[in-house]
Design a protein around this ligand. Structure first.
Ligand code: ADP
Ligand code: MG
Length: 368
């Protein structure tokens, strides 16, 4: 258990390509931090620098009160779980778990006690005498987790550990890993976690906080709720949330937001929050905050509907731009679809205004 701090961390690869652009990140002791972003945004590079598998170009990595830049991986008190967990195929689960301790010359009795404890925590006791080929994907991933856990590291590093599993297993492993994190905390062994994924659902459901990355830069660090409710910029707004937030380009004139031939009158719910009025703006509104309305509101042309069970996602064209709205199943049934035109009213209390140029959300209260 230890705090992890990255300051001005930079990575330039051999060919001169700058992958990480001087990032600062503070992970509290016992915190579950998720690094999320599209493929290629330097999540793995960042994690591998923390692990000591990749040299730091400049900046500092601190674990607890030690600067670890110059320490080899084995001396950093970290453990890493990868996507390809590669258990030793000829060794039983028991020996796979104990392998690291054997290398470290831990006495046999102590090793066996540690294996028992980890097996108990991960509920893999019945699997101890099996070979890796006799395990399901989820079981093998739990053993890989056990191999990390048994080292009692100060920081756990995960790099897309679930991406090889099918959707159902992934969902149950998500819960297992966060449960494990909570349990260790309750037992007085809080473990600091940095968990890398490109999957926003994993990020939202697992992270105490989430660090959203793009092209080697940090876009925002916040709790899942904060990211969802108060995205700092267009990138975060588009990345977090499903179905995706609608982003509608337009111009602000006085208190009007103009998009093509239509106008949204910005009310105080938005105007009071805005700290600048960009000329070229984008209105961000999540599908569930774009309500079907009768008579007034924006006019859009309905293109398709996806039936999801208790609700329906409606895809429509608004001034040449595809937008999505969510309707209740009954509401959809009652909708007059004879001319393919629907009326929509954005709930401005939940709307965001972005500066098109900088991408910044200019409708967040500045403090608090
Ligand atoms: P992510 O894990 O977010 O998908 P990576 O950290 O693997 O991203 O890669 C970040 C960027 O650095 C990518 O553009 C990738 O092509 C580049 N990169 C990764 N490894 C190397 C390397 N060994 N040499 C040069 N460029 C690399
Ligand atoms: Mg990666």
């Amino acid at each position: 258990m230890a705090r992890l701090q990255l300051s001005k961390l930079e990575k330039v690869y051999g060919g001169g390509f700058k992958a990480v652009h001087g990032i600062d990140l503070d992970v509290e002791e016992g915190e579950f931090m998720v690094l999320v972003g599209p493929s290629g945004c330097a999540k793995s590079t960042t994690l591998r620098m923390i692990a000591g598998l990749e040299e730091v170009t400049s900046g500092e990595i601190r674990i607890g009160d030690r600067i670890v830049n110059a320490l080899p991986p084995g001396k950093r008190r970290i453990a890493m779980v990868f996507q390809n967990y590669a258990l030793y195929p000829h060794m039983k689960v028991r020996s796979n778990l104990a392998f690291g301790l054997r290398l470290a010359h831990v006495p046999k009795a102590e090793r066996e006690a540690a294996v028992q404890e980890v097996a108990r925590i991960l509920e893999i006791e019945p699997l101890l005498d099996r070979l890796p080929k006799q395990l399901s994907g989820g079981q093998a991933q739990r053993v890989a987790l056990g191999r990390a856990l048994i080292k009692k590291p100060e920081v756990f590093l995960f790099d897309e550990p679930l991406s090889n599993l099918d959707a159902k297993l992934r969902a149950s492993m998500r819960v297992r890993i966060t449960d494990l994190h909570k349990r260790l905390k309750a037992e007085g062994r809080p473990s600091t976690v940095v968990y890398v994924t490109h999957d926003q659902t994993e990020a939202m459901t697992m992270g105490d906080r989430i660090c959203v990355m793009k092209d080697g830069h940090i876009m925002q660090v916040a709790t899942p709720k904060e990211l969802y409710d108060r995205p700092a910029n267009l990138f975060v707004a588009g990345f977090i949330g499903s179905p995706e937030m609608n982003v509608i380009d337009g111009q602000i004139e006085g208190t009007d937001f103009r998009l093509g031939g239509q106008v949204i009158a910005l009310d105080e719910a938005v105007l009071n929050r805005m700290h600048s009025k960009p000329q070229e703006a984008a209105l961000g509104i999540r599908p569930q905050h774009m309500k079907l309305s009768a008579g007034n509101g924006l006019t859009a042309r309905l293109r398709s509907a996806e039936f999801m069970g208790h609700e329906v996602y409606l895809h429509a064209m608004l001034e040449g731009k595809e937008i999505t709205t969510v309707a209740g199943a009954a509401e959809y049934d009652a909708l007059d679809r004879s001319d393919e035109r629907i009326r929509l009213t954005p709930d401005l209390g939940h709307a965001h205004i972005f500066d098109r140029q900088s991408g910044r959300n200019v409708s967040l209260p500045l403090a608090g």
